[in-house]
Design a protein around this ligand. Sequence first.
Ligand SMILES: *[C@@H]1O[C@H](CO)[C@@H](O)[C@H](O)[C@H]1NC(C)=O
Ligand SMILES: *[C@@H]1O[C@H](CO)[C@@H](O)[C@H](O)[C@H]1NC(C)=O
Ligand SMILES: *[C@@H]1O[C@H](CO)[C@@H](O)[C@H](O)[C@H]1NC(C)=O
Ligand SMILES: *[C@@H]1O[C@H](CO)[C@@H](O)[C@H](O)[C@H]1NC(C)=O
Ligand SMILES: *[C@@H]1O[C@H](CO)[C@@H](O)[C@H](O)[C@H]1NC(C)=O
Ligand SMILES: *[C@@H]1O[C@H](CO)[C@@H](O)[C@H](O)[C@H]1NC(C)=O
Ligand SMILES: *[C@@H]1O[C@H](CO)[C@@H](O)[C@H](O)[C@H]1NC(C)=O
Ligand SMILES: *[C@@H]1O[C@H](CO)[C@@H](O)[C@H](O)[C@H]1NC(C)=O
Length: 412
Amino acid sequence: MKFSKTFGVAAALLGLANAQNIPSKVTILTPKPGAEVGVNGLGWMIDVVAEFSAPPTTSSAASAPSAASSPSTASPGYRRSTANPDDGFTPFLNSPNLTTFAAGPDPGAPGFVCLISGSTMNFAGFFELNAITNSDAQGNILEAYFTWYIPVTGLGSNVNITTSVFFLNSAAGATYTKNPATDPAVISNIATVSFFIFGDAASNITAPATTATPVTIDVFTPRGGEVVGVNGAGWMVDLLLINTDLSANVFAPINGYTPLYHDNFTDPKFAPGVSKAVPGLVVLSNTSTLAGGASTNLANLFQINAVTSVVNGVISEYWCTWLVGAAFAGKGQPSSLTIFLVNGTAPATINGSLPTNIISNVVSQNFTLSGGAVTPATTASGSGAAASPTSGADVLSVGAGSILLGALALLL
Ligand SMILES: *[C@@H]1O[C@H](CO)[C@@H](O)[C@H](O)[C@H]1NC(C)=O
Ligand SMILES: *[C@@H]1O[C@H](CO)[C@@H](O)[C@H](O)[C@H]1NC(C)=O
Ligand SMILES: *[C@@H]1O[C@H](CO)[C@@H](O)[C@H](O)[C@H]1NC(C)=O
Ligand SMILES: *[C@@H]1O[C@H](CO)[C@@H](O)[C@H](O)[C@H]1NC(C)=O
Ligand SMILES: *[C@@H]1O[C@H](CO)[C@@H](O)[C@H](O)[C@H]1NC(C)=O
Ligand SMILES: *[C@@H]1O[C@H](CO)[C@@H](O)[C@H](O)[C@H]1NC(C)=O
Ligand SMILES: *[C@@H]1O[C@H](CO)[C@@H](O)[C@H](O)[C@H]1NC(C)=O
Ligand SMILES: *[C@@H]1O[C@H](CO)[C@@H](O)[C@H](O)[C@H]1NC(C)=O
């Protein structure tokens, strides 16, 4: 594909130094500090959330590190426009078979840098799922998620490693050799975490549960009050399942739980229904337009299913992430997800009352699906907006390409 060449040109022309929205705050949700992650050295993930704020002034925002920490200084110049679509930030499924899946810039977030244990390689280009998870009434991005599933032992096994993430004011390269703490091009904080890659097989020893609901579900996005995605697509369901009863060992491999990445839309096994990785999971959407509507369990559509905590050899956390590629739940309207875990294998459909073997809390998440691209502001600021409408369109259509792939498969 000629994709990466096109993208490289587009990113350079976009003039990211004139960021309309600054990804000023970056947080690593997983791994947690000191956690043991993965099984047999693989099947873990890095999950990063970026919060955006308006540049403090229309012209010099990006050159001042952390200066954007006061969102109240919103300037009229930071609006989304068709000529400069969010400075290259776009929902994107960076599938491992694409040429963009490589060290270097993340096609969905050009300024993003991810370093590992002192290597100068920028791992940002390996983040598969890139979502826009909240925007304001004008369509300005407020929050985005970036996730990377590690399917190999290449980063080590039974070792401690450290990762750092941050944002530059321009497209990042395949390597990063500066000290981010002193680099004026860094426009966010630097988030760093050290953790351990668990290199052995997980325990299969189980005992009867000592509590009726040993599993706690935490949904990071979508959240109440958020306007998610672009035009009803490109949002994310990001959730954590915690087993609080280690001896019950709900996530034991012999129970059918296994880390998994899948995003092959032509594979009939990648379809709504029971998850092939987290068999007890149930995810329902009250506005789903897929076959079976609100009664169909969508748990198998999560691309990432990762082990994010192991305690004394027992898996205590699964983390499931779904980049929603199509506006399957509609757009420009409120929507709701209902999420829980059952003992054993979940039903493929749920009609009427909930199952009686639920072993987690039942999460009901209300949010709003974005209504689509927003009318450009009358005048966007700086040279970035004037840069190049065609290059901007390239970025958008490139991003939309993969999403469309998902859309076709999901809706057929
Ligand atoms: C990893 O780090 C922890 C905490 O610092 C330490 O206790 C442990 O020995 C380290 N493990 C290895 C294999 O270096
Ligand atoms: C799941 O069901 C099995 C068999 O009925 C039981 O032994 C186990 O305690 C149950 N697990 C939970 C978490 O309730
Ligand atoms: C647990 O069972 C799985 C197969 O279900 C196996 O691959 C794994 O090695 C087992 N774990 C241990 C510690 O034996
Ligand atoms: C990547 O994989 C998907 C799903 O199998 C396929 O449709 C697509 O053509 C592949 N793309 C490339 C560039 O190989
Ligand atoms: C995707 O699935 C199809 C159908 O099973 C298969 O032919 C194809 O090779 C798969 N593509 C990849 C990249 O695994
Ligand atoms: C779906 O849930 C949202 C949020 O609770 C609600 O506003 C909306 O009316 C529901 N839609 C349907 C079709 O039930
Ligand atoms: C729910 O309804 C669908 C369609 O009416 C049906 O195919 C399915 O078997 C039902 N599921 C359950 C658990 O009753
Ligand atoms: C979600 O909306 C429904 C009405 O559509 C309401 O009954 C429910 O309490 C809401 N849930 C939350 C967590 O706000």
